[in-house]
Each structure stands twice: as structure tokens, then as C-alpha cells.
Design a protein. Structure first.
Length: 331
């Protein structure tokens, strides 16, 4: 419905001290926070601040001593990942985008900036792709689902598919980042669009839309609950997770948090390479991963004889996987 679509767009707003609906307007296809006729943030300005905060968080939470691989699902224009690639020229970046036109816009920007350590794949980040990645011996050091794709997943997939996809992502990379709406933002969105939903909002004489009164009781710790109560991996795995907080400025704050999920332990059966069925390979391996906040250990155990194959580094992706991820023709 239109109300639900506006609800999703509301989740992309910046948060201000008073989020009364009279200060939120629809303009040029966007929802904007516009206090007393004095627009606080244009769409482009807020998007820039949004990207800047996300890139800063990512840079603070990746390994600074080694090179690594980084994959983004449903990347859109991949603005944050492009900035991260520029800052880490010896690491490897893979951007997966389903829209052909958007994927080529990404590639055009990479060409213009002469970025050689990032490639774009035109492919749907869906349950089929995640199953193939999970059955593949390729393992990413870092992965990311940005806010736009996270919201698209909620809108597009059934609850069961969403849960399985999220769990599969967490089992195909040592560390994954998921950008989600903050508890305050979710609480305010429900108060604005669905006030009939019991929420336990902390009312005061100034009204229910003041930022300081949120999150309401029903939405406390919503960021972690969205991840913890949803992700269901088909693999035998355990994860640890924590919230990363973006910087705020003036009287506004970002309406999102970044959840870092680390693969503490993984044991799963994999095949010889990505999308192995095309070639008829039948060799099997058990993939193991053990990690903590600073170190990881990944290795394969060959099924036929128990021979161990260690992954000394996670700096790239196999060529066969890359070619089957919809690599753009002009690369």
C-alpha cells in the first residue's frame, strides 16, 4: 500500500529532535524533514553525510594490517564501497547489483576514477545465489548489505526466505556488516504511520514525536533483534554480533546502525568450486571457519582422504566464481 511505501521511505530520513509529521514533507519524489519551512537537509546533502558516516565506520572496523576481500550484495550505486576501494587499493572488492543500468553506472564511475581493484557483477542477490555461495569453497573476509538492499529484502522476500538468506550471508564471510534502521527510527516510524500498534511510547506533554522519547518499550534493541531473531543459516554455524554507531552532528543523528556479525564457528559441506553442477564435479570438502574479533582460521578438509587445505589469506575470489557472478562484458 502507499502507506507502507511511505513507511519504508521514512526509514531513510535523518533523525531530529522533533519528528512531528508536520515537519516531514513529500517533495520531488522524496520524503524530507523540513522544519518551519527551512529545509534541514536536501536529499543529496543527507546522502553525502550518510555515505561519509558509513565509510568511516567501515574503515574503523576492517583489518588495517592486511589486504582482504569485500563483497557487497544489492549494491545500487555502491558509493560507500567505491570510497572504501579507493582507500584500500591492495584489497579486492566485488559489487553485486541486479539492475543492468545501475551496474553499468557503477562501472562507468570505476572507469572514470581509474579504480582497478573493484569489479561489478550484474546478478540478483537472491536465495539461489546465496545457496551457490554457501556450497562454494570461496570465503569472503568481509561482506556488506546496505540499508537500501536490506529494506528491499524485507519488501521482496517471504519471511522464511529472508531469514535463510540472512543466515546464508553470515555463513559465507568471516565478518559481515548489515546496515539497519535504528531502534529510534523504527519506533518513530510506527508512531507516525501505525500509532494503533501498542508500543509503550514514553509520552510527555510535548508529544510522542520527540526523539528523546524513543525507542519505545516495544522497539528497544530492535536492531539486534531484527538480526538475531531472523537469521537462520542452513549451515552448522555460530556467530557473534554487535552494534556500530555512526557519528552524529548538530541536533540530528543518522537513522541507522551498522551491525557487525562475525562467524565464530562454521562447519559445512562444500563442492569443488562455485556453481559446480554446470561442470559435473563431484568432489566434496568440509569447510571450517573459526574466528574472533581479531583473528580467523579457515580451511578445507578433503572428504576422500581428510587432507587439510588451509586458507592463509582471504584477499580475493576464485576466477570461476567471478566469471559466474555476471561480470560485466566491458571489464
Amino acid at each position: 500500500t502507499e502507506k507502507q511505501q511511505l513507511f519504508i521511505k521514512y526509514l531513510r530520513l535523518p533523525l531530529s529532535r522533533d519528528m512531528c509529521p508536520k515537519f516531514v514533507c513529500w517533495r520531488s519524489g522524496h520524503l524530507l524533514y523540513d522544519h518551519m519551512g527551512d529545509q534541514i537537509d536536501s536529499v543529496h546533502k543527507y546522502q553525502f553525510e550518510d555515505k561519509k558516516a558509513l565509510v568511516q565506520l567501515l574503515r574503523e572496523n576492517v583489518d588495517k594490517a592486511r589486504h582482504w576481500s569485500f563483497l557487497e550484495y544489492g549494491s545500487g550505486l555502491a558509493n560507500a564501497t567505491i570510497d572504501l576501494a579507493i582507500a584500500n587499493p591492495n584489497s579486492t572488492f566485488i559489487s553485486l547489483e541486479s539492475s543492468t543500468s545501475t551496474a553499468y553506472k557503477q562501472q562507468k564511475r570505476l572507469d572514470e576514477l581509474k579504480i582497478s581493484n573493484m569489479v561489478v557483477g550484474r546478478i540478483h542477490s537472491d536465495s539461489t545465489l546465496l545457496r551457490k555461495l554457501l556450497e562454494s569453497p570461496d570465503m569472503m573476509r568481509y561482506q556488506m548489505i546496505g540499508m537500501d538492499y536490506f529494506l528491499d529484502m524485507i519488501k521482496t522476500f517471504t519471511r522464511m526466505n529472508f531469514n535463510t538468506m540472512l543466515g546464508s550471508v553470515f555463513s559465507t564471510g568471516v565478518s559481515s556488516f548489515v546496515q539497519v534502521p535504528s531502534a529510534k527510527m523504527i519506533s518513530l516510524a510506527f508512531q507516525t504511520f501505525f500509532p494503533e500498534v501498542p508500543s509503550g511510547v514514553r509520552h510527555n506533554p510535548a508529544g510522542p514525536y520527540l526523539l528523546k522519547n524513543h525507542p519505545s518499550v516495544a522497539f528497544e534493541n530492535a536492531e539486534m533483534r531484527m538480526i538475531g531473531e531472523s537469521a537462520k543459516s542452513p549451515a552448522e554455524s555460530t556467530v557473534t554480533s554487535h552494534i556500530l554507531h555512526p557519528f552524529s552532528r548538530n541536533d540530528q543523528e543518522h537513522g541507522w546502525k551498522l551491525i557487525r556479525v562475525d562467524l565464530a564457528n562454521l562447519t559445512t559441506m562444500v563442492n569443488h568450486h562455485f556453481d559446480y553442477a554446470i561442470d559435473g564435479h563431484d568432489r566434496k570438502y568440509t569447510q571450517h571457519c573459526e574466528s574472533n574479533a581479531t583473528h580467523f582460521r579457515v580451511f578445507l578438509e578433503r572428504q576422500v582422504d581428510g587432507f587439510l587445505i588451509p586458507y592463509d589469506r582471504l584477499e580475493g575470489i576464485s576466477l570461476i566464481a567471478l566469471l559466474r557472478l555476471g561480470l560485466l562484458a566491458n571489464v
